[in-house]
Design a protein around this ligand. Structure first.
Ligand code: TMP
Ligand code: MG
Length: 215
């Protein structure tokens, strides 16, 4: 008998400024998918558990920690490259990956800095697995500042978040895999929409090969 080919999983990425609800939505989405017997796995970048992740964690939590901005950018990118084989294995096994931040965070947060060129920032991301869908969570900036825990880590301040949001908007225009989601609604309402978009994406890519990022 001819064995049916395993349909691949989808690579779904959540992006948005700090505290836009990405982590909450990602975790709920994985639960919802599993309830519907859709194989899914959660991942987050930076992956703070690896050797590069430990350096990144130290850099984010300790604002006095000084590292060259370009070197830091490459470290965040290396943190994704470290996970490529694992990601491909999941996708090829038919498991959908729900990913909290990816290359677009890398580009947006680095290009928001002075003396950092967006085109330079894009280069180390080329060749990584390309997300089938990027769900870009949009919230009102003022509302974000009122959310709990804002301001504990590097980048969690008004000026930086504003610049980050501007780069995100540029990426949104340049990349056809982006979809904007109004995240200024109840967690449940947002979840209904992200679940719908995710199921649509899973269906539409299951027989297509995975692409690679090509900025
Ligand atoms: P987190 O709050 O989602 O754990 O992310 C930590 C911070 O790291 C967040 O402010 C965004 C930033 N970041 C980068 O600067 N570059 C990257 O490549 C990624 C994934 C995150
Ligand atoms: Mg954060």
């Amino acid at each position: 008998a001819i064995m049916g080919r395993i349909k691949r999983g989808a690579l779904i990425v959540f992006e948005g400024v700090d505290r836009s609800g990405k982590s909450t939505q990602c975790k709920k989405l994985v639960e919802s998918l599993k309830k519907q017997n859709v194989k899914a796995h959660f991942m987050a970048f930076p992956d703070r558990t690896t050797s590069t992740g430990k350096l990144i964690d130290e850099y984010l939590r300790n604002k006095d920690c000084k590292v060259n901005d370009h070197a830091m950018h490459l470290l965040f990118s290396a943190n994704r490259w470290e996970n490529v084989d694992k990601m491909k294995a999941f996708l090829n096994d038919g498991i959908t990956l729900i990913v909290d931040r990816y290359s677009y965070s890398g580009i947006a947060y680095s290009a928001a800095k002075k003396n950092m060129e967006i085109d330079w920032c894009k280069q180390p991301e080329n060749g990584l697995p390309k997300p089938d869908k990027v769900l870009f969570l949009m919230v009102n900036q003022e509302e974000i500042m009122l959310r709990p825990d804002f301001g504990n880590e590097r980048y969690e301040n008004r000026e930086i978040q504003k610049k980050v949001f501007e780069v995100y908007q540029q990426l949104f225009k340049e990349n056809d895999n982006f979809e904007s989601i109004d995240s200024a609604r109840s967690i449940e309402d947002v979840q209904v929409e992200v679940l719908k978009k995710t199921l649509e994406t899973i269906k539409s890519v299951e027989n297509l090969p995975l692409s690679t990022l090509d900025f």
